[in-house]
Design a protein around this ligand. Structure first.
Ligand code: ATP
Ligand code: MG
Length: 251
């Protein structure tokens, strides 16, 4: 049976509230026309729209694989919002980000997750290692885990550095048989149980996730991402073996 794909919701930014953190991509907290508050990832930030594409693909794939991810929305931004902004850096970011940006539902009162304070359990830890290895997410170290603890649950954020191969791809690009993924500093390595060897990622799930990326963010077409995932999944026994060896050496 065909399932119709629910597109990402689109909201309009009505107010820039505050920058979330200095450095990084300078994400901001905004209010939108649905009265929700969102963490805004700007299309005009240094990492460019490919970081936003990675946020959608990896965030929505993670959600479908059973992880908790804040709702992802598309945020229509009027660059005029910059007019009342006193901070020049923020003003430029807003002015350069007219059009469709990415928003994450803001989880009020969330803490940065720390595995020393809260044991994630061997299963969640192993599944997250597996996910980050699949999508080549290098941004989940113990220094900067990009996980939030909210209502006693672990929530995944910040997937913009995943799928790093797309930054350099040219017209002749094809997926590599192996990619560098070093789990040494991964926040979940000390807590993980055996790495799962049989996670099913149906082709339909991938297609659904890729369909959520706005056309205007795409560089070329979606088939290159599809080819990457097909190849990465076909090579899974190899990288899972390497992950498992790194894990076993830690326990
Ligand atoms: N949905 C959210 N709800 C609450 N807080 C959030 C949310 N998303 C991000 N944050 C907070 O904002 C910080 C920065 O967000 P994020 O990691 O996505 O951006 P970044 O530009 O990659 O920052 P950094 O370079 O510091 O990692 C997070 O570490 C977290 O504390
Ligand atoms: Mg971060």
């Amino acid at each position: 049976m065909m399932r119709s794909v629910q597109p990402l919701r689109t909201v309009r930014a009505t107010r820039y509230v505050t920058p979330l953190r200095e450095g990084g991509s300078l994400p901001g907290l905004i209010e939108a026309d649905d009265l929700g508050m969102y963490v805004l990832k700007f299309r005009g930030a240094g990492q460019g729209v490919k970081a936003l594409t990675a946020e959608v693909i990896v965030g929505e794939l993670a959600r479908r694989l059973g992880f908790r991810v804040p709702e992802i929305v598309l945020v229509d931004l009027d660059p005029d919002l910059a007019r009342n902004e006193p901070d020049q850096e923020v003003q430029e970011l807003l002015a350069n980000s007219g059009g469709i940006n990415l928003g994450l539902d803001y989880l009020p009162g969330a803490f940065d997750f720390n595995p020393v304070v809260r044991d994630p359990g061997p299963d969640l830890a192993a599944r997250l290692l597996w996910l980050d290895a699949l999508v080549l997410n290098v941004d989940r170290s113990w220094r900067n885990p990009n996980l939030l603890l909210w209502h006693k649950d672990v929530w995944l954020i910040d997937h913009g550095a995943s799928l790093y191969f797309h930054h350099g791809w040219g017209p002749d690009w094809r997926p590599a048989d192996t990619y560098r993924f070093d789990p040494k500093d991964h926040v979940m390595l000390p807590a993980a149980g055996p790495i799962p060897t049989s996670v099913d990622v149906p082709a339909g799930m991938l297609a659904e996730v890729l369909a959520l990326v706005p056309d205007e963010w795409l560089d070329g077409d979606r088939t290159r991402y599809t080819r990457f995932f097909e190849s990465r999944l076909a090579n899974a026994p190899r990288w899972i073996e390497a992950l498992e060896a790194a894990r076993a050496a830690r326990v």
